[in-house]
Design a protein around this ligand. Sequence first.
Ligand code: PSU
Ligand code: MN
Length: 305
Amino acid sequence: MPDTAFQIDPEVATALAEGRAVVALESTIITHGMPWPENLQTAQAVAFTVRDNGAVPATVAVLDGVMRVGLTPEQLKDLAGRRNVAKASRRDLAAVVAKGGTAGTTVAATMYLAARAGIPIFATGGIGGVHRGAEGNFDISADLIELGRSPVAVVCAGAKSILDIPKTLEVLETQGVAVIGYGTDAFPAFYSADSGETLEHRCDTPGELAAVIAAQRRLELPGGMLIANPLPPEHALPRDEMDAIIARAVADAASQGIGGKALTPYLLGRIVELTGGRSLTANIALIRNNAALAARVAVELAAHP
Ligand code: PSU
Ligand code: MN
């Protein structure tokens, strides 16, 4: 379907046509995951890191009713500076496009659009997952369902303990999603390298990761894959302190009646406040770390498709 509401940036389209390495990047982290101006600085730094490691960055977002794969530096700046931008998961795309709206795309929506563009790998900070208390409120991120559907490998630093991590891993298993530790047997918990949950699969080089992605493709197994890349150890935050801060953020959300799609952005913002910005520094470092790994895997995939 020729659809003017879906546009691939010319640099990204050329790289894909030539079989060169491309890494997709999400944008809810820009619009709802970080405050201004760190959001723009981080988005720029992440794009630079992807290039520095040999791949072309493709930030995904909806701008004025157009779903875009790859933003120009001007478009990125415009998105980061806007207020009252929507947060679009897969289910929101059609409504935002129909109204000519602008939105940051979640991991789920970014995966969907990356797959449509033919981009096999994508870097983010943390994925959405099963929220604490999900047995009561059914709050399970569409990210987990999309991982079972779209053929895109997502590099993340695990999941924040704003989520119920064991339940998140259970849903990934139900969805048929492989979770692979990079240089680790432990599922990382975003601000710390070990959530206490053990993984069954591990790779130690970008080449090994690319081989798993290539095998999944060759086997025609549908769906994506989660690559869990622990944050650089020097950026880890003390577990006890973060547990207490996250518990407080979760309690604050409950007492204010915040739920649904507003919950994750609220918790992320509250954690930045409660850590006096220290969580933001760790967040920026781990996203760059993930972008570098995703780019190196993309280069391997392009060399041995
Ligand atoms: N977790 C983070 N940082 C983020 C997000 C999650 O540590 O920025 C964002 C991602 O865009 C993710 C989305 O896809 O939140 C999940 O939202 P929800 O839980 O409403 O599905
Ligand atoms: Mn939710």
